[in-house]
Ligand binder design. Sequence first.
Ligand SMILES: Cc1cc2nc3c(=O)[nH]c(=O)nc-3n(C[C@H](O)[C@H](O)[C@H](O)COP(=O)(O)OP(=O)(O)OC[C@H]3O[C@@H](n4cnc5c(N)ncnc54)[C@H](O)[C@@H]3O)c2cc1C
Length: 195
Amino acid sequence: MEPNQQSPQGSLFGRLSYFTDMLAWPLRTSHYLELVNPLWTTHALQARVEKVWDETRDARTLTLRPGLNWRGHRAGQHIRVGIPVGGMHYTRTYTISSPPERDDGCITITVKAHPGGRISSHLVRQIKVGSYLPIGLPQGDFTLPDATPVRPLFISAGSGITPVMSMLRSLIARDRLPHSVHIHYAPHDYDVIFG
Ligand SMILES: Cc1cc2nc3c(=O)[nH]c(=O)nc-3n(C[C@H](O)[C@H](O)[C@H](O)COP(=O)(O)OP(=O)(O)OC[C@H]3O[C@@H](n4cnc5c(N)ncnc54)[C@H](O)[C@@H]3O)c2cc1C
C-alpha cells in the first residue's frame, strides 16, 4: 500500500466497526480483535517478527509484518519500535532497511548491538520469531527526491547504512538506479552490514 492511501478506518471494515464499536462499548471492536490477532487491531499498530537474519556478528535484520493500520513508507524513513525488556517498556527508533516496493507486506529493520546498549542488544540477541512489537507509523524527511538523482553519492557509517540500503533497493526495484557511489565506513570488513 502506498503512503497516505486510504486507511482501514475508511474501508468497509472501518464502516462495519463503527456499528460493532457501539456493541463493544466501553472498549472498541479492535480491542477484542487484538485477542484473536494483534495485527488486526486498529487502535494501535503492532508488527509480528517473521524472520531474523544475522548480517554481522553484532547486527541483525528483523523482518516485521505490520498490522492493518500500516500505510507504507518512503525509502529512508524510520519507525519507533516498542520493546518490552524485564517488565519495562522501552522505545527506540530504527530506519526501515527494506524498499517500499517489497510486495509481501513486510518491512525490515536492521539493528546493530551497541556495547552497553540496553535495547539494541536485546533486539539483536533475544527477540524471537513470532514476537509482537508495537511500532509507530513511518517518519522522517531523509528520503529520495521524486526526480531520480543523476549521479547520487551516498556516505554512511555503521548502522547508518540502513536508509541508504532502503533507497538503493527502492531504485533497483523501480529499475531507476543511476550510476551511484556509496562510501561506507566500518572498523573491519566483517563489520560491514549488508557487506
Ligand atoms: C532516526 C534514527 C534512526 C536510527 N536507525 C537505526 C538503525 O537503522 N539501526 C540501528 O542499529 N540504530 C538506529 N538508530 C539508533 C537506535 O535508535 C538506538 O539509539 C540504538 O539502537 C541504541 O539503543 P540502546 O538501547 O541499545 O542503547 P542505549 O542503552 O540507549 O545507549 C546508547 C549508547 O549510550 C551508551 N550509554 C548508555 N548509558 C550510558 C551511560 N550511563 N554513560 C555512558 N554511555 C552510556 C551505550 O553504551 C550505548 O552505546 C537510529 C536512531 C535514530 C534517531
